[in-house]
Write a protein that binds this ligand. Structure first.
Ligand code: NAD
Length: 352
């Protein structure tokens, strides 16, 4: 048995179809009196549902969440709370909306109740990202961790297949990298394997039968596990590469994860054989890299960086950026290996 440290931050999780009905009770439980509901403009309808359930505790809807969390948006939301004497935020949506909640918590220390509607997993992590003066900053702070997370699978019913598939692959990526994390521990390994099982069996159904609530529940359950893994152990080359590609070339978040993951697994295959074996077992395949590629194909998700906006002339720069700053990965990250990984991901070649 490898030595490990297990230090799980406490968060209250409520899971179940219709659990949005418990929103006002959960806000009260946090000791709050008046809540502001955060969402993207596209999810105003969900925000209104939450607002209605808050009854007299509903202070306002702030439907201005956007990608990359501009600090100005977080500050404007903070000012709304001051004006309306609110003392809590309900963030209903995907990683962008929950990211806005986290940026507000970082500035104000106010409690956030998260209601995730994608599979990204941000609600379970103390990791925040925001953009200030055109520069994206990320960090870790327990202050940004939502105090309560309410998972209601019914809210994912409106998630279209083209967002659901990549979002689920993004969650699987947290699990896979959690298996070979530098600070991996037995509990997170169990969660990661179960997360991969739940997501890989449910996502093809979510995409094929959009009205199948049972499959969506299963996927959201996997996403919870995946987010927990992401919040508890460190990630490696896959997450670092996706972060670099997103930042330097403005590629879409979940789609980039979907395309890169099989190639990152192929890259680490020899260096982390036990972890990759667990991933393959959980996917129910012989080879995890190929299994992940085939899963993305079944979901109708993108398979090549060239199809999601990556310029061919950017590959050298991306490989240099990735190899520049050393970080943990089971296999040493040097230029030529990463360049090859990126070439494969660019063309969308099935891992050998
Ligand atoms: P997103 O939050 O940007 O949402 C994408 C779009 O889908 C938005 O228009 C949103 O309104 C819409 N949407 C969300 N749920 C929906 C639903 N149920 N029905 C219909 N439309 C819905 O996408 P995401 O993939 O959830 O999050 C990506 C962002 O989250 C990235 O910026 C990423 O960096 C961040 N993230 C952070 C962490 C972390 O731990 N800090 C973890 C994962 C992702």
């Amino acid at each position: 048995m490898r030595p490990f440290v297990y230090d799980q931050p406490a968060a209250r999780v409520i899971f179940g179809i219709g659990s949005l009905d418990r929103l006002s009770g959960e806000v009260k439980r946090l000791g709050a009196r008046r809540a502001i509901v955060l969402s993207t403009p596209e999810q105003r309808g969900d925000a209104e549902e939450a607002f209605r359930r808050l009854g007299e505790m509903a202070a306002a809807i702030y439907a201005e969440a956007v990608m990359h969390v501009p600090i100005e948006t977080a500050r404007a939301a903070r000012d709304v709370a001051r004006r309306l004497d609110a003392d809590c935020y309900v963030a209903i949506g995907g990683g962008s909306t929950i990211g806005l909640g986290k940026a507000i918590a970082l500035e104000t220390g106010m409690p956030i109740l998260a209601v995730p509607t994608t599979f990204a997993g941000s609600e379970m992590t103390p990791i925040y990202g925001l953009t200030e003066g055109g520069i994206k900053k990320t960090g870790r702070d327990r202050k940004v961790l939502p105090r309560t997370v309410l998972y209601d699978p019914a809210l994912t019913m409106t998630l279209p297949a083209k967002i659901a598939g990549p979002s689920g692959m993004n969650a699987i990526a947290h699990c896979v990298e959690g298996l070979y994390a530098e600070d991996a521990n037995p509990v997170m390994t169990l969660l990661a394997a179960e997360g991969i099982r739940a997501l890989s069996r449910s996502l093809p159904i979510v995409v094929k039968e959009p009205a199948n609530l049972e499959a969506r529940s299963d996927a959201l359950y996997g996403a919870w596990l995946a987010g927990t893994v992401l919040g508890n152990v460190g990630m490696a080359i896959h997450h670092k590469l996706c972060h670099t590609l997103g930042g330097a070339f403005n590629l879409p978040h979940a789609e980039t994860h979907t395309v890169v993951l099989p190639h990152a697994v192929e890259f680490n295959r020899e260096a982390a054989p036990e972890a990759i074996e667990i991933a393959a077992g959980a996917l129910g395949v012989r080879d995890a890299a190929q299994g992940l590629y085939d899963l993305a194909a079944r979901l109708g998700a993108p398979l090549a960086l060239k199809d999601i906006g990556m310029p061919a002339e950017g590959l050298d720069r991306a490989a240099k950026l990735a190899a520049e700053n050393p970080y943990y990965n089971p296999r040493p990250v040097e230029y030529s290996g990463v360049r090859q990984l990126l070439e494969n991901a660019y063309s969308g070649k099935r891992p050998a």
